[in-house]
Design a protein around this ligand. Sequence first.
Ligand code: GLY
Length: 413
Amino acid sequence: MKKIALLLSCAAVFLLSGCRESMTDLTERVFRQAESDFVLLDSHADEVNLPGSVNPDGSFQMVKPSGWTSGFFPGCLWYVYEYTGNEQIKDLAWKNTLKLEPILDPAKDVSHDIGFMVNCSYGNAYRLTGDAHAREAMEAGAAKLAARFNPAVGCTKSWNDRNPRIFKVIIDNMMNLELLMNGYEMFGADSLKAIALTHSRTTMANHFRPDGSTWHLVIYDSESGEVVKKQTVQGFCDDSAWSRGQAWGLYGYTMMYAKTGEKDFLRQAETIATYIIPMLPKDGVPYWDFNAPGTPHAMPMDSPGAPAAKFAALFTGEKVERDASAGAIIASALVSLSSLTEDAHASRRYLRTAERILRSLAGPQYLSAPGEDYGFLVKHCVVNLHGGAGIDVPLPYADYYFLEALLKYRGLK
Ligand code: GLY
């Protein structure tokens, strides 16, 4: 009897998996859609600016080369070129990468986001073509980011403040360290690696709560290096877990372990993963904040740092926004972490979770129909719900990490 039950359940699994699209077919379908959609997306931007998002009135939004998301569309094009070998896409990738030239001007002050901008655009250009100018751009970008390092604090600075004693560091900065580590690998600049290591260790000490979740912003005294305050800016409230912040932390420590072999970074990445995975809804695509009203772990509306009353209508708890961009970042990080962890059980869990997210993002709920949404791929992202901006929109960083995760997944097999 037991044998028959076992045979029947095996047959059911076989039939079900037989009906399911393979990850190889899913990847092919998404990249072929991207190959045509990105030609359309490129056509909506002018000669100077890049695709940014969609405005609340439905019009197309562009981002300036100095905007923090400017590097993602060129990066998406490089990933599509990598997959398809399509020379027209390569030309578009170069055209869009070179739109970022103004930010390389040594006289121009840039933000900590130079890591995103330069690494995703010129970094991928260099990786795929070995081009000398892309290499110079990486060197210039890394130098600009390194200039934001403060040894008293042990971090690179995020947002500038009028008061020079106020030194703000957001968890997002972990992502910009990849530019420094690539700079170290490309140019043998030990100082770049030292900054990345110190920033990672300081952030590990001060940004995380005991459960592995992270504050968004830590404010330091720029002279003493003391922590002054921990709070949110884009999350629901000061002590909540803004999902994109958790995603940046997971990706940042996974990348830092991959590049340095420092075991503390692997442990930190696994602690973050252990926090995130049970917080994900059934389809794997995160709520915009894991503690937003309406979620299973909601924090009250009167929590310190919660949004202003004028946004109360956004927080009735009836519809909880998802942030598909956080899902894409988490999926990409988990694919990497699955091959880095020393725990076979954890590895399977990371990969299963990544696959669950990727299948959702590639499904009709999250993937735009071909030609829709100006050619952006992933729908239902959030820029800053706390501030009432960019709610339920497509974003180029969702597309970037989605494509990256699929390429990495393909590389595993
Ligand atoms: N780095 C800005 C954001 O994640 O919104």
